[in-house]
Design a protein around this ligand. Structure first.
Ligand SMILES: *[C@@H]1O[C@H](CO)[C@@H](O)[C@H](O)[C@H]1NC(C)=O
Ligand SMILES: *[C@@H]1O[C@H](CO)[C@@H](O)[C@H](O)[C@H]1NC(C)=O
Ligand SMILES: *[C@@H]1O[C@H](CO)[C@@H](O)[C@H](O)[C@H]1NC(C)=O
Length: 244
C-alpha cells in the first residue's frame, strides 16, 4: 500500500523531471525570442521627431468627445460654404481597462494619419473618443476600441429639415492596423465598403437615440462592467434558492 502510493506520488515528479530538459530549452527559446522582439522594438520606442510631430498635429486638429460636447462637436457648421455633408472621423480608443493596454499601436497609426490627412483641404474633421475617460458614451454607442466611426452629417435643407447623418463603423485590427489603412478610409473612401450602420445604437437616428435611452443604457452597461465578476454568481444562486 505504502509502496504503491509512493509510486503514484513519484510519477508526476518523474514526468516533470523528464519534461524539464525540453522545458528549459523552451524557456531559453522564448527568452531569445522575447529578446529579439525587444531589441527590434527598442529603436522605435524613443519617439522619433516624426512621431512627436504627428502627435502635436493630432493634438491641434482633433477634438476630444465627451458626454457633454459630442452633439455640438458632431454637427454640420451652418456657415459652411460647401453644399455637401460634413464628414467627421471619430477615433475610438482606450487604455488599460478598456483596450487592455494594447491601443498604443493603433493610437500611433491614427496620429500619423491625422497628420497626413489634415494637410488636405478635403480632409474630414477629426475627433477622438477615449473610452477610458468616457465609458458612458462608449456604452451608449455600443462601440469598443480601437475603431473608427466615420460620420457624414448633411446640412439642413432649405426647409430646415436635416437628412439623417450616415455613420460607418470601422473596427481596427489592434495589432496590424497601419496609418495608410486609416488614411485610405478618407482618401480612398474605403469607409464606403460597408453599408452605413443603421441599427438601434446609431448615435443620431437609432432607436436608442430617438428615445433618448443612450445615456441611461450607457450608465447601466457601465455599472455592469464595474460589477465584480463574483456578484452575478451570488445573485443567481440567491435567486434560484429563493425560487426553489
Ligand atoms: C497621439 O497624439 C496624442 C495627442 O493628440 C497624444 O496624447 C498621444 O500620446 C499620441 N499617441 C501616440 C501613440 O503617439
Ligand atoms: C497601464 O498598465 C501599464 C502596465 O501594467 C502601466 O505601466 C501603466 O502605468 C498603466 N497606465 C495607466 C494609465 O494606468
Ligand atoms: C489582426 O491582424 C493579425 C496579424 O495580421 C491577424 O493575425 C489577426 O487575425 C487579425 N485579427 C483580426 C480580428 O482580424
Amino acid at each position: 500500500m505504502r509502496f504503491s502510493s509512493s509510486i503514484v506520488f513519484a510519477l508526476p515528479a518523474l514526468a516533470l523531471a523528464q519534461e524539464q530538459v525540453p522545458l528549459a530549452d523552451k524557456i531559453k527559446g522564448w527568452l531569445s525570442q522575447a529578446q529579439s522582439f525587444v531589441s527590434s522594438a527598442v529603436p522605435s520606442v524613443p519617439s522619433s521627431p516624426v512621431d512627436a510631430g504627428a502627435a502635436k498635429v493630432a493634438e491641434h486638429v482633433e477634438t476630444s468627445l465627451t458626454l457633454e460636447n459630442w452633439q455640438s462637436v458632431l454637427s454640420a457648421d451652418p456657415s459652411a460654404t460647401t453644399a455637401g455633408p460634413e464628414d467627421f472621423m471619430v477615433y475610438i480608443t482606450g487604455g488599460n481597462k478598456t483596450c487592455y493596454g494594447v491601443c498604443d499601436h493603433a493610437d500611433k497609426a491614427w496620429n500619423d494619419s491625422v497628420a497626413l490627412l489634415s494637410a488636405s483641404p478635403s480632409a474630414p474633421k477629426f475627433a477622438v473618443l477615449n473610452c477610458e475617460n468616457e465609458p458612458i458614451l462608449c456604452n451608449a454607442w455600443a462601440v469598443g476600441p480601437p475603431s473608427i466611426y466615420y460620420i457624414s452629417i448633411p446640412h439642413a435643407l432649405a426647409d430646415q429639415s436635416a437628412p439623417a447623418p450616415l455613420a460607418y463603423y470601422i473596427p481596427l485590427n489592434r495589432t496590424s492596423v497601419t496609418a495608410s489603412e486609416i488614411t485610405a478610409i478618407s482618401t480612398k473612401e474605403t469607409y464606403k465598403t460597408n453599408a452605413p450602420y443603421e441599427g438601434i445604437w446609431h448615435p443620431f437616428s437609432g432607436l436608442i437615440a430617438q428615445y433618448q435611452l443612450g445615456m441611461p443604457i450607457g450608465y447601466v452597461l457601465w455599472g455592469f462592467s464595474k460589477m465584480p465578476s463574483w456578484l452575478p454568481m451570488i445573485l443567481i444562486s440567491f435567486f434560484s434558492r429563493s425560487f426553489m
